[in-house]
Design a protein around this ligand. Structure first.
Ligand code: GLU
Length: 467
């Protein structure tokens, strides 16, 4: 069975790069009817907080990538980690190192002076003597001292590290007893039965250390897939300066989770020229061995394009739910379906959609001066007044088609064209000359309010002329 995991460190927020590896891990597990686990790597008590973990989980929940089983918190597992440190000590695969900070500094300086890579020299590896007083030891693992550590990465192919270049007997537990990062990652991956580790290639240099730990404990090394970073359009690693990297910012800006996920799957993976993937399609088509070897560039336009597509095709009930986040609740509006149909193709984001809804449902507080000047000429005003009177004497209407018939009939009688009236109606309804089809807008706003808004504009214009 394939078991994958997402293991964020709660240092602030869910980064879109993290979400991308979570998506890949999720898809790979689901495709194989496996398991996708979630683990919070919160052992760095100084840098991690409960709030940050909650923020990550909230963002994760929004994306809909459901995890299997209980969420594992590393901060609750210190005792467990200690038993494995002890096991390695007992097996003589790890040892206590009593080197003081000063001694370490001296060693580092002399290595630097000799143009050598700073590394621990193994001086306590086979120490039998009496340790100096007052130094709380750290625990170091006995790492190979020569040769190579290699593994087959599912993205990068064969990866080889020369032990001399990058390994020493690294610390697995600090002098206060707390285990170190690579140690706990390995213990948890192994105990959770993780078979496939998909993560950013910024972790590549941790992998040989983790392999040393797997081997010391006699555990099977999982498959690794190291995914290249997301770059900004200038080819540098994507950062906050490039705009949103926090997943929740995408929600706030009005992106749909499905659009963001679709965007992220394509950032680093492809299936021919296909751009749009439903979650179901992602699940059937995704394979980590097709992850691109080179880094991919963030493309804001593409995301916007995808979002527009998903807004157009989202079921209305979902759209209504999503709009509530932007303080727009149209669930009880009698013309909600007309409203959604009229606006669906006009918004690139939900935020914009909500704004458009408000523009129609809220009585205009002011009017676009330029539009007023252009369309509400003395003749334009006369036509609008005539329309107003005809509306009042006609009595209530409700459907889009009724407004349309009535308006066309009015124009015909007056020997006018729709363009002689349409923009004035728009200005009366929404305050500007931009709106969806006016008959839909009239029907959504409703007869009483339509009459009131035209009356408002006429009295505003009168005031204008009287001044
Ligand atoms: N906690 C690490 C991070 O947030 C991920 C560790 C891993 O995937 O192995 O970058």
């Amino acid at each position: 069975m394939i078991v994958t995991r997402f293991a964020p460190s709660p240092t602030g927020y869910l980064h879109i790069g993290g979400l991308r590896t979570a998506l890949y891990s999720f898809l790979w597990a689901r495709k194989n009817s496996g398991k996708f686990l979630l683990r919070i790597e919160d052992t760095d008590l100084a840098r991690n907080s409960k709030e940050a973990a909650e923020a990550i989980l909230e963002a994760f929940k929004w994306t809909g990538l459901a995890n299997d089983g209980e969420i594992l918190y590393q901060s609750e597992r210190f005792d467990l980690y200690k038993t494995y440190v002890k096991q390695l000590l007992d097996a003589n695969k790890a040892y206590k190192c009593y080197m003081s900070k000063e001694e370490l500094d001296v060693l580092r300086e002399s290595q630097m002076a000799n143009k050598e890579r700073p590394r621990y020299d193994g001086r306590y590896r086979d120490f039998n003597g009496t340790p100096s007083e007052g130094v709380e030891p750290v625990i170091r693992i006995k790492a190979p001292t020569e040769g190579q550590i290699s593994f087959k990465d599912g993205v990068k192919g064969e990866v080889v590290f020369n032990v001399k270049d990058m390994l020493d007997d690294f610390i697995i537990a600090r002098s206060d007893g707390t285990p170190t990062y690579n140690f706990v990652v390995t213990i948890d991956d192994a105990l959770s039965g993780i078979t496939d580790v998909i993560r950013g290639d910024d972790h590549l240099s941790n992998t040989p250390k983790q392999i040393v730990i797997y081997q010391a404990l006699g555990w099977k090394v999982p498959n690794f897939y190291h995914v290249p970073m997301i770059l900004n359009p200038e080819g540098k690693k994507l950062s906050k300066r490039d705009g949103a990297v926090d997943v929740m910012d995408y929600k706030k800006e009005g992106y749909l989770a499905e659009a963001l996920l679709n965007f992220l799957i394509r950032l680093g993976w492809s299936h021919g020229d296909q751009e749009i993937f439903s979650l179901e399609e992602m699940r059937t088509l995704f394979d980590p061995s097709n992850i691109n070897k080179s880094a991919s560039a963030y493309n804001a336009e593409k995301l916007l394009w995808l979002n527009t597509h998903y807004i157009k095709t989202l079921p209305s009930e979902r759209l209504i739910e999503e709009l509530k986040y932007f303080d727009v609740d149209i669930s009880l509006h009698v013309k909600k379906d007309v409203l959604i149909d009229a606006l669906r193709d006009r918004a690139k984001t939900l935020k914009e959609f909500a704004l458009h809804v408000r523009q129609i449902l809220d009585t205009p507080q002011n009017y676009d001066e330029k539009a007023v000047e252009k369309f509400l000429t003395p003749q334009g005003i006369e036509i609008l007044k005539g329309y107003f009177e005809a509306l009042v004497s006609n009595g209530a209407m409700s459907e889009t088609s009724e407004f349309e018939l009535f308006t066309k009939d009015f124009l015909e009688k007056k020997e006018l064209k729709l363009k002689d009236l349409a923009q004035s109606i728009r200005i009366a309804m929404v305050g500007s000359a931009v709106s969806p089809s006016i008959f839909e807008v009239l029907s959504i706003i409703g007869y009483q309010e339509v009459v009131k808004r035209i009356e408002n504009l006429i009295s505003y214009l009168r005031r204008d002329y009287e001044q």
